[in-house]
Design a protein. Structure first.
Length: 247
């Protein structure tokens, strides 16, 4: 991407405020992950923010990219709610969790259950005054949780939030059809895997010997000549090694 395009600002209104974005701003401040985004991914992100009236500086949207995976454009749940409330036909929502109780599936409003209930999934209903029936979504917990720390800590809250954004997207496909939240992406999974590995290393650090190979040291010209001499004299090589041996 040329320097002019990287620095040329795009301006638009979001929530009554003027947002100014440039490709340089996005690349430097609004990308998460460990891989560099492409010019095409930056342009796609900029256009999504512009046309969906998202303010990335308020964390309504951000760009995520990890090595070996394509970039993902993540939208916050709050941005979904703002878009829905801005629609003249939006008339509220209901949401909760699905549990197995006494061999039957029970829909519970909110995110609380009995200790004997087994969490199965989440549900949500989005009401529009221009439709005869609400948009209803029921999702399975097993399809979204992959052992991430956040999902393990508060699975009821997470599956309820995910059901809400899925229902919102179906109820307002024109404005929310191309938007996805962090709960639906792999970013939280990658972060949680890293945290889990770090905890496991700390837990086993005093029980296992970890053999860490040192990084290769750049040899000077004199050292290279000396090494070449030793290589041509295997007996001398053995004697030198014997003198340096720690036994």
């Amino acid at each position: 991407m040329s320097t002019d395009l990287m620095e040329k600002p795009v301006e638009y209104m979001a929530n009554g405020e003027t947002v100014k974005l440039t490709a340089n701003m996005i690349a430097q401040y609004l990308v998460r992950g460990d891989a560099q985004v492409t010019s095409q991914e930056i342009v796609m992100f900029m256009n999504l923010c512009k046309f969906q009236k998202l303010n990335p500086f308020l964390n309504e949207a951000y760009l995520v990219k990890f090595n070996g995976a394509p970039a993902q454009i993540i939208t916050s749940k709050e941005a979904f709610m703002k878009r829905a409330e801005a629609n003249e036909h939006y008339s509220g929502l209901e949401a909760g969790i699905i549990v197995e109780r006494g061999g039957e599936l029970v829909n519970i409003e909110g995110a609380i259950k009995l200790p004997t209930d087994k969490l199965i999934g989440g549900w949500a209903k989005v009401h529009r005054d221009d439709r005869n029936v609400p948009t209803t979504v029921q999702i399975s917990l097993s399809e979204f949780t992959k052992g991430q720390a956040t999902w393990n800590k508060m699975p009821m809250n997470m599956i309820r939030k995910t059901a809400i954004v899925n229902a919102m997207r179906e109820a307002f496909p024109g404005t929310l059809g191309s938007m996805y939240t962090q709960e639906e992406s792999d970013e939280s999974e990658r972060k949680d895997i890293t945290q889990e590995v770090n905890r496991e290393v700390q837990k086993k650090a005093n029980h296992e010997i970890i053999d860490v190979q040192p990084e290769p040291v750049k040899e000077s010209k004199a050292e290279k000549q000396k090494a070449q001499t030793v290589e041509n004299d295997p007996v001398g090589d053995f004697e030198q090694a014997s003198k340096k041996a720690p036994f």
